[in-house]
Ligand binder design. Structure first.
Ligand SMILES: [Zn+2]
Length: 284
């Protein structure tokens, strides 16, 4: 039987906080999931579970990724984490919603051209700026013209949630050539995304789906997107239903019970995201 724990993988969505942020919060609760977001600890998971590389996602909240709370410090910290373990990490660039969108694009330019960051993360529920709001127009326009992949948080709780699936339709009407990765597969609005030309990352949502729908039905749901668009990702160490130490075992337990062929697993676990990242580098 194919064992996902042994397959070579890229985890396309994880969180690590810089050491300086951990040092500033020495009294943080050891059980709290962010306490697990340490680069030296995470490397052990990578080696244990055959995770060759991982993408560090920012949170559109400079207070979590820097100690002086500026976008340039966040990007420098992401760059430093990539450099600390060469060839193990990618990192997506961040947005600070306190800045104008013009300044956000300038910061993204620096993050990508000078710090070699690999994509852009937009988290509408942390910023309070809906995905399809005017603020993001100049960012999408920049990403489309430079062929930079953009990961959009989408785990909506209400029909008009800032990360609602219909907003992603709006974005693609305006920017049809954007390379979009939808984090959390659009949550429970996933059905509205199936017809769109987007990739979906299964971070955080996979255990949620399997609890709600059963493993077999989750398998059918994933198959609607198909192995060319699915991306393995966990959101480690942040998960709504699992503690950090349960996340990888739970993902492998669920995926091992699905019917993906070895060729499909290779695409979902590694090739799809690898191609997106390498193509965008060639463009740059
Ligand atoms: Zn996340």
């Amino acid at each position: 039987m194919l064992d996902w724990s042994k397959v070579k993988k890229i985890d396309a969505h994880i969180h690590i906080l810089p050491d300086c942020v951990h040092e500033m919060n020495p009294d943080s609760d050891p059980e709290e999931s962010w306490t697990y977001a340490k680069i030296d600890d995470y490397i052990k998971n990578m080696d244990l579970f055959h995770i060759e590389k991982a993408i560090i996602m920012p949170l559109n909240d400079p207070y979590l990724l820097s100690t002086n709370f500026t976008i340039s410090a966040v990007h420098k910290n992401l760059f430093d984490m990539k450099r600390r373990y060469p060839h193990r990490f990618y990192a997506f660039a961040d947005i600070d919603p306190r800045n104008s969108s013009a300044i956000s694009v300038e910061s993204l330019c620096v993050a990508i051209s000078e710090y070699g960051l690999d994509g852009i993360k937009i988290h509408p529920n942390n910023t309070g700026i809906p995905l399809d709001s005017e603020y993001n127009d100049v960012i999408f326009s920049f990403a489309q013209s430079q062929k930079i992949p953009v990961t959009l948080y989408s785990y909506p709780n209400t029909p008009n949630d800032p990360s609602a699936a219909w907003r992603i339709h709006h974005i693609l009407e305006k920017y049809p050539d954007l390379i979009l990765i939808i984090a959390h597969m659009g949550g429970f609005q996933w059905e509205d995304l199936v017809s769109l030309p987007v990739f979906v990352d299964m971070s955080a949502i996979l255990p949620d789906y399997s609890r709600k729908f059963s493993i077999a039905n989750t398998n059918t749901l994933l198959r609607q997107f198909g192995s060319d668009r699915l991306i393995f990702a966990t959101d480690y160490p942040d998960n709504r239903v699992l503690s950090p130490s349960e996340i990888y075992d739970s993902y492998f337990h669920l995926l091992n019970r699905m019917d993906f062929t070895p060729e499909e697993v290779q695409k979902i676990a590694y090739d799809n995201i690898h191609k997106i990242l390498e193509n965008s580098k060639k463009q740059g």
